[in-house]
Design a protein around this ligand. Structure first.
Ligand SMILES: [Zn+2]
Ligand SMILES: [Zn+2]
Length: 159
């Protein structure tokens, strides 16, 4: 998503764009974008700065942290960033006559990704003993250690 400064024709202008991004690895998770991310918001131009503010919508697939199955996710997040000729802390440099927002948006995307992405809130994960996907089938293993007879009683109660 690039814009020439001269095309920001108003002090505050509505702006929409899309961000083509390659698939990426985030903390070991493979993120495959299903479609370009979308930006909807505003650009504000001053003498030596441009502010971008709005929301970004992304759709991607990745593997569930618990069961490992491919899962489709939508992530929406807000951005508010400033590009300035002489950038302050946490600002981006405004160089030349054009701004390319892609890297900044990708950085924000990474920051907004949940640490653990699950296929669903109540994903049951994989049995650590037999490896079955417990969302799909039950297994007969018990994950409670059997060394203490008290656990056997608990086990029966749970069943
Ligand atoms: Zn899962
Ligand atoms: Zn099992």
């Amino acid at each position: 998503m690039k814009i020439l400064l001269k095309n920001i024709t108003e002090n505050l202008m509505n702006y929409e764009g899309s961000i083509e991004c390659d698939n990426l690895i985030n903390n070991g998770d493979e993120i495959d974008f299903i479609e370009p991310m979308k930006f909807i918001g505003t650009l504000k131009k001053g003498m030596d700065f441009v502010e971008i503010s709005g929301k970004v919508i992304s759709k991607f697939t990745t593997n569930c942290h618990l069961c490992g199955e491919k899962t489709e996710k939508e992530l929406e997040f807000e951005i508010f960033e400033t590009y300035r000729r002489e950038p302050g802390e946490e600002e981006y440099p405004l160089v030349g006559d054009e701004i390319d927002f892609d890297d900044m948006i990708l950085e924000n995307f990474r920051l907004n990704l949940p640490v653990k992405i699950l296929c669903k809130d109540d994903c049951k994960g994989i049995c650590t003993k037999c490896g079955k996907n417990l969302n799909v089938e039950k297994c007969n293993c018990s994950n409670i250690e059997k060394t203490n007879p008290a656990f056997d009683v608990l086990n029966k109660l749970i069943k």
